[in-house]
Design a protein around this ligand. Structure first.
Ligand SMILES: Nc1ncnc2c1ncn2[C@@H]1O[C@H](COP(=O)(O)OP(=O)(O)OP(=O)(O)O)[C@@H](O)[C@H]1O
Length: 261
């Protein structure tokens, strides 16, 4: 797999979001949001429902076009050089998107061909990714027969088929049991460490954040904090991320969720 640190992009942010605003009609969803994430790092995009996480992902992936501000992936502007930018991006959206009537292999190989990956190379890549996702024995199973967590793992494998050095996941563990959530999060953290992939992990669950992570906190479309967890906690004058997040999001800390209700 391509390793970010050796691909000639040294010093360039994996993702740079600069002064991005977005409105749905008169509804402002993002206001002047700026932050950057480093290659081979794990960054949590933390925000309550409605904070603007999905809107931001839609802009980064060009599902919506950016009207105000600039988004760059490894230095490539997603508006002006979208091919170059999107080639470096893998994304897992919140909604389930596997074709349930196809096998795991069919789901993945179809996607590989969309990326222009030849059949032989695709097969090797699929085998490698399924092993990394602990799904090596499910190649010929129908997607329909998989659990929610297993489907998510296949969607992550699919997002990585074209070897992107940047991976975005939008509430990837929503609706999963505690064990599946922890397993998926651990797998993604391992990918950051072993493959050098930069990850932006969007969630509203603070127990998915670790002290060593970078965090970007959105509140009602505004960036209210960004940096290392310990620094963000310190900057709010609190002692725990739970208290810091409750202060930053204007909630009582008892309203901050650890796990799915
Ligand atoms: N298609 C739309 N039309 C109008 N308003 C929208 C639309 N999509 C989102 N919004 C609004 O924009 C704001 C940001 O929504 P967004 O979905 O980006 O937040 P989020 O942090 O991803 O939350 P969630 O996890 O609930 O999806 C919210 O106030 C939401 O109601």
């Amino acid at each position: 797999m391509q390793h970010v640190k050796t691909d000639g992009n040294g010093g360039v942010a994996a993702l740079e979001v600069a002064a991005v605003s977005y409105s749905y009609g008169s509804k402002r969803a993002l206001s002047d949001v700026s932050f950057a994430i480093a290659p081979a790092s794990f960054t949590v995009l933390l925000g309550l429902n409605g904070a603007g996480k999905t809107t931001l992902f839609s802009l980064i992936s060009r599902l919506y076009s950016t009207r105000n501000g600039t988004i760059r992936i490894f230095g490539n502007d997603v508006a002006r050089a979208s091919g170059e930018a999107l080639r470096r991006l893998g994304i897992v959206f919140q909604a389930r998107t596997l074709d349930l009537d196809l096998s795991v292999y069919q789901n993945l190989s179809y996607h590989a061909s969309l990326h222009g990956i030849g059949a032989r190379q695709a097969r090797q890549r699929i085998d490698t990714l399924l092993k990394q996702m602990d799904m090596g024995d499910r190649l010929h199973d129908k997607a329909r027969s998989l659990s929610g967590g297993q489907m998510r793992r296949i969607e992550i494998a699919r997002a990585l088929l074209h070897e992107p050095p940047l991976l975005l996941l939008d509430e990837a563990t929503v609706g999963l049991d505690i064990q599946s959530r922890a397993g998926i999060l651990a797998t993604i953290r391992k990918l950051v460490a072993t493959e050098g992939i930069g990850v932006l992990w969007a969630t509203h669950l603070i127990d998915e954040v670790e002290d060593g992570d970078q965090v970007v906190v959105l509140r009602e479309g505004r960036l209210v904090a960004a940096g290392k967890v310990t620094d963000v906690v310190k900057s709010t004058g609190t002692k725990t991320l739970r208290d810091a997040f409750s202060r930053l999001s204007g909630l009582d800390s008892r309203q901050i969720t650890d796990i799915e209700p």
